[in-house]
Ligand binder design. Structure first.
Ligand SMILES: C[C@H](O)[C@H](O)[C@@H](O)C(=O)CO
Ligand SMILES: [Mn+2]
Length: 418
């Protein structure tokens, strides 16, 4: 049976429940995913200071073919984009600046150091998002940055964050859609602190100075990302969820929720509807924590589907900015992007193909038996047939054909890298 024939049969099955399949595909295709560049080179970046990855995050694995130059990374991203349906965004960190031979420290970074990325974004029709990098640096070697007791160190990172917001605004202006500039810091302590408050007050003051810099809200949107713990900050993280949720609300900036940054049974899917009544927009880093914030490639699992449902059935596709955050160096890195991003899109399609209004009505009527029965039955509805057809409509490989494409690229390009 052809992809089209399978699609027509599946479509009838969904339509019997009042689901408009074509409109579901349209909804999904208009949701941009911010794809993180750092999966392609294990969060290394292109600075010339040879700093080890720090900040309490870890990349494990040594799969061959890692991108080691900006050109290689862009070539790999272009390959990944050709395998993913929809129009997306690319998320950069400050360590992906191209400063040539010159040693430019992070507080001196300028939009011009990202002009090649802007050219790439224009060529591929993608938007750009940005992150200051407050790790893998001498001035973050004790794991403290914006909350550091030493004012000179705080000032350095404040300048870096302001420079980053300017770079975000440059992206937004050049590409005609605002960039999301997200601040995540590693600050915290390995062991029980003797003072939890002072570092948080210092962080608040640093953020106040960063956001006091007048940067066009038309071109740049600000976000802050919390964390529960990191390697070396197990006992205490300065920028905790409550800290940033309060800061974001009070200062009208975005709170970014990373799915790996909470207690193992605390679900981001359950936080979205709790925060939407109080926030115009929210941002996500969708990741897959396995026992800890391990940043595994996003799988098509229950939590991913639940996150997608919360966005789609609550009409929040313009209010929840979806970004990805995983880095696995034990598998082909282009496959990692393709698997994780296709799964995010597939989960959104799953959500858009649910009889959401009917299910909401059942809940209000107190008909929990039928609510559960339908939710369960839809788990085995022929989503794959709609997904394959959708991929073909979007001119990207359907089924497992994308994998052959990656294997060929590995043979022809990746295997020839040093
Ligand atoms: C590269 C990092 O994953 C990223 O900046 C941050 O978002 C994070 O999640 C740290 O755990
Ligand atoms: Mn993150």
């Amino acid at each position: 049976m052809s992809v089209k024939e399978r699609y027509e049969l599946a479509k009838k099955q969904y339509e019997a429940w009042g689901v408009d399949v074509e409109s579901a595909m349209k909804t999904v295709t208009n949701i941009p995913i911010s794809i993180h560049c750092w999966q392609g080179d294990d969060v290394t970046g292109f600075e010339t200071n040879d700093q080890e990855l720090s900040g309490g995050i870890e990349v494990t694995g040594n799969y061959p073919g890692k991108a080691t130059t900006p050109e290689e990374l862009r070539q790999d991203i272009a390959k990944a984009l050709s395998l993913i349906p929809g129009k997306h965004r690319l998320n950069l960190h400050a360590i992906y600046a191209e400063t040539g031979e010159e040693k430019i420290d992070r507080h001196q970074l300028k939009p011009e150091h990202f002009k090649n990325w802007v050219a790439f974004a224009k060529e591929h029709g993608v938007g750009l998002d940005f992150n200051p990098t407050l790790f893998s640096h001498d001035k973050a070697s004790d794991g403290l940055t914006l909350s550091h007791p030493d004012k000179e160190i705080r000032d350095f990172w404040i300048e870096h964050c302001i420079a980053s917001r300017k770079i975000g605004a440059y992206f937004g202006e050049e590409l005609g859609a605002p960039a999301l500039t997200n601040i995540w810091i590693p600050d915290g302590y390995k062991d029980v602190p003797s003072d939890r408050l002072t570092p948080r007050i210092r962080l608040k003051e640093s953020l106040d100075r960063i956001f006091a810099a007048d940067i066009s809200a038309e071109h740049n949107l600000d976000a802050v990302e919390s964390k529960l713990f990191g390697i070396g900050s197990e006992a205490y993280v300065v920028g905790s969820h409550e800290f940033y949720m309060s800061y974001a609300l009070k200062n009208n900036i975005m709170c970014l929720l990373d799915t790996g940054h909470y207690h193992p049974t605390e679900m981001v899917s359950n936080k979205i509807s709790a925060m939407l009544p109080f926030n115009d927009i929210l941002a996500l880093h969708v990741s897959r924590p396995v026992r800890w914030d391990s940043d595994h490639v996003v799988a098509f699992d229950d939590e991913l589907k639940e996150i997608a449902l919360e966005i789609v059935r609550n009409d929040a596709v313009d209010r929840v900015k979806i970004g990805l955050d995983f880095f696995d160096a034990s598998i082909n890195r282009i496959a990692a992007w393709a698997i994780g991003t296709r799964n995010m899109m597939k989960a959104l399609l799953f959500a858009a193909l649910m009889p959401n209004n009917h299910l909401k009505k059942l809940q209000d009527e107190g008909n929990f038996t039928e609510r559960l029965a339908i939710q369960e039955e839809f788990k085995t509805f022929p989503l794959g047939a709609i997904w394959d057809y959708y991929c073909e409509q979007e001119n990207v490989p359907s089924g497992t054909d994308w994998l052959k494409n990656v294997q060929k690229y590995e043979e022809e390009v990746l295997s020839k890298r040093d």
